[in-house]
Write a protein that binds this ligand. Structure first.
Ligand SMILES: O=P(O)(O)O[C@@H]1[C@@H](OP(=O)(O)O)[C@H](OP(=O)(O)O)[C@H](O)[C@H](OP(=O)(O)O)[C@H]1OP(=O)(O)O
Ligand SMILES: Nc1ncnc2c1ncn2[C@@H]1O[C@H](COP(=O)(O)OP(=O)(O)OP(=O)(O)O)[C@@H](O)[C@H]1O
Length: 494
């Protein structure tokens, strides 16, 4: 992939996460993804040494591991490119004022000149604009969609409440977010239209870093950080009216917002459960996850269903081949849970202290090639006490962790119904029609060293949740619900 312009004026701030900074081209469908370094470690020499290797690992991991696991159609690995240093320095200065304070503990790598070049997935992938209305894009970071099933789990609460719902309490207490989100990933991954509806509605009410909406590549809904939340549903409905009701996008007020948002949820649901290979949502095999693994006791689904007058039908399971099913399957490569993985990590740590050269034999830092992918297939069913067994389980866990932290991009390009496009490539609503594409991004390998941090964090999440629940028992139930009701929006079922 060739970068079409290396003029700083042609690129602008697009978004960032914990590890990368993304700038997009003002016209072309391209983004540049730069690594970020903690301010205190941001040395030019370190960046020059680390950046090309880390970026190559990211591309290789996408190409040789995640693409094979998730499917060709969903993954765009991109390319490592080298850019002129003066261009990168100018860019870093230009984007600085756009950044949210909470991300400024890290700086963009403006030292090495290396970056990833990727298609801009917020625009329509082929950049084929069928008509005047610009493309829409919905980005969802769904997080872990199942209750862990490992026999290594010691804290019973993990078998009942999902990690996302528990983590919410710690995040709010730490000040990362102001309010607890009612989103539960298990509802989104359930494949049950009603549960998915409630999950998506909850994301719209409290998007945090799990939902963003772009129009023509510009963020129109979602959070940069909690101080700067673009999350007015009426405003969103105003943006979307012309897409869902093109002929008479005239209705306004709360009724209009509800109708437009319901249409949006309908389109997102279809995109998430469609099989990209056959482009169908209907009669097809479903991936069924057992009841215990697919229900979270903290989910607001039942309460919300009651409130919205939704009659609960318990058909579940995701159509095989749809993006959610693919992601869930990869997430479930984590069969041992961090509770089972951490002792294996200590085994490997001990081993590489004694035999440092084995670090590379065990592929702890890549390379992420075909043989790494092959090493994921489970040939050791029993722990034979070897370091190789431990390393293989750690590889599976790390791949699953990537899938628990990835994002889904649904790009929609409106298409006049009278053009009668191939039914297999479109999503049709009551008054509108969209050509769509689905991609998965942020498929970076998670560093081996992160395991120690993940183990500690897991303990904190659980302890804090258990404590909070104990505290909640003291709050009288009627007042607690009343408080929540006041900030709840009502929607019609799809
Ligand atoms: O541990 P989690 O579930 O909080 O996930 C982290 C994410 O937090 P989230 O809860 O989604 O807000 C976190 O996202 P934010 O920085 O909070 O937007 C990162 O994605 C982090 O990945 P990495 O370690 O930087 O590669 C994620 O860490 P990993 O667990 O994927 O390593
Ligand atoms: N190819 C792309 N096209 C369009 N937008 C993109 C692309 N890649 C990333 N982005 C945007 O940039 C944001 C940050 O990118 P990304 O999630 O890869 O960063 P990260 O640092 O790896 O995130 P995390 O904190 O989750 O690990 C994304 O949320 C998305 O909005």
């Amino acid at each position: 992939m060739e970068v079409k312009e290396v003029d700083g004026n042609e690129w602008k701030y697009h978004g960032e996460g914990n590890r990368s900074m993304v700038v997009s081209h003002v016209q072309h469908c391209q983004v540049l993804r730069f690594l970020k370094f903690p301010i205190e470690h941001a040395q030019p020499s370190q960046a020059l040494e680390e950046a090309p290797r880390r970026l190559k690992n990211i591309v290789d991991f996408s190409k040789h591991v995640m693409k094979l696991l998730l499917g060709d159609n969903f993954v765009q690995p991109g390319e490592v490119i080298q850019l002129p240093l003066d261009f990168v320095t100018q860019l870093a200065l230009k984007i600085q004022p756009e950044r949210s304070g909470s991300r400024c503990n890290k700086v963009m790598d403006a030292f090495s000149g290396y970056a990833l070049c990727l298609p801009d997935l917020t625009k329509f992938q082929t950049c084929h604009q069928i008509e005047k209305r610009p493309p829409l894009c919905i980005e969802i970071k769904p997080k872990c969609g199942f209750i862990p099933f490992s026999s290594h789990i010691t804290k019973d609460i993990k078998r009942h409440v999902c990690r996302y719902c528990m983590h919410q309490h710690l995040k709010v207490a730490n000040g990362k977010w102001k309010r607890i989100s009612k989103y539960c990933p298990l509802d989104l991954f359930s494949g049950n239209k009603q549960r998915m509806y409630i999950a998506l509605k909850s994301l719209l009410q409290e998007p945090q870093n799990n939902l963003k909406i772009f129009k023509n590549g510009e963020l129109i809904f979602g959070c940069k950080d909690d101080q700067d939340c673009l999350m007015d549903l009426n405003e969103l409905a105003n943006h979307l009216k012309a897409y869902f009701f093109p002929a008479n996008g005239v209705v306004s007020g709360p009724q209009c917002t509800r109708t437009v948002i319901s249409e949006l949820i309908h389109v997102i649901t279809i995109a998430l459960v469609s099989n990209v290979d056959t482009c169908k949502t209907g009669d097809m095999k479903r991936t069924l996850v057992s009841q215990e693994r697919s229900h979270c006791e903290a989910s607001h689904f039942r309460k919300e269903a009651l409130r919205n007058g939704i009659h609960v039908v318990e058909n579940s399971g995701l159509p095989k081949g749809c993006v959610l099913s693919r992601i869930l399957q990869v997430q479930m490569l984590d069969m041992m849970d961090i509770d089972g993985i951490y002792p294996l990590y200590l085994r490997v740590q001990q081993h590489i202290e004694d035999f440092p050269t084995d670090r590379s034999r065990l592929h702890l830092d890549g390379p992420y090639n075909e043989s790494f992918y092959e090493s994921l297939s489970d040939c050791h069913s029993q722990d034979d006490e070897t370091v190789d067994y431990a390393a293989q389980k750690i590889h599976q866990y790390r791949v699953a962790t990537t899938a628990k932290d990835c994002s889904i991009m649904i790009a929609l390009s409106p298409c006049p119904v009278e053009e009668r496009p191939e039914p297999s490539t479109i999503i049709q609503t009551s008054r509108a029609c969209f050509v769509y594409s689905v991609s998965v991004l942020d498929l970076d390998p998670k560093p081996y060293e992160n395991i120690a941090h993940q183990y500690k964090l897991d303990g904190k999440i659980i302890n804090f949740y258990v404590q909070s629940m104990r505290g909640k028992k003291d709050v009288t139930t009627p007042n607690f619900y009343k408080e929540n009701e006041e900030c709840t929006l009502f929607f019609h079922s799809a």
